[in-house]
Unconditional design. Sequence first.
Length: 331
Amino acid sequence: MPTSVERVDTVCVAADGLPRTSFNGVTSTIERRAAIPGHTPRGLLRVSVGMRASRDHWSDLEDARPHAMTQRARHTERSTLAACVAHIAGAPASDVPLDDVEQRAWLAEHGLGLVPVKDAAGFSWAGPWIARRPAHDGSGPRAVVMFGVPSGPIWDPANTAEEIVDGFVLAPLDFSVWPPARLADVGVGLVEALVLAPAAEAPVIFVDEAVAIAGHGLDGDRYADGNGTFGSGRPGSALTLVDTAVLDSFDREIDHRRNVVVRGTDLNALVGREFTIGAVRCRGRRLCEPCAHLDRLNDGGVLRPLVHRAGLRADILEGGTIRVGDRLRAD
């Protein structure tokens, strides 16, 4: 084991005993990870480049494991992937869902995504990435955190074999809007319109009030009834919001197909946060980005102008009635 640090500016050792790094002279990754809502790094020890680390110290780090990960029987493909995502993101492992759909929603809340690596066996990256390698007992692949050029494992919770099956890079969805805006940027909004569509591509209906059904959507809307273009019941499918100021920036009326039109609120800053519209409690899940389908419905010309400005997807946590004129307030 080498006794000095190479190719990185700082090595950070967290309270769980796992080494973490920072790049290009920027703050350490564990400090940058504090931008993740609700995550506060603790027990940080900084070791600068060129400082010598004893072999015993690095051996201790290799042997350290979170308490929940010490029993081999608990390791599964999903649990190790979630643990590796948490390790790189700097979040508690218990925060990262095991379910694939919920995990993608969790990543989207934090402005992140998993990008598949082509030819992972030959991949090298001067930063942390995730490889899946076979379990020694033949029970299937398990995830490990890799690092370096050439890459090697820096955290292998399941003690896997050397072969690399595939891999992923944990990356921001868009560097220009990452990390997500802080809660102080949100503001109090005013609901100016409520919009329903009974079916996919059906003409929209403007209403003065709508009943929000927890876990489903607005009564009479396509996504509450399972008739939308995209799947219902997934995280962020119940309710969509858009900023009036964005719609005003167009020189024509556009068919935005968002449920709630609100003014005065930074909707992007609500990703990953709870808020109320009147008496209805919601949680922002991810940006409601434009797509080719929306562009087609508007005869083109809206896809590019709406990037990162097309609104918010949210879950309805507690139902009730939403009315035009209601206030939107972040918790």
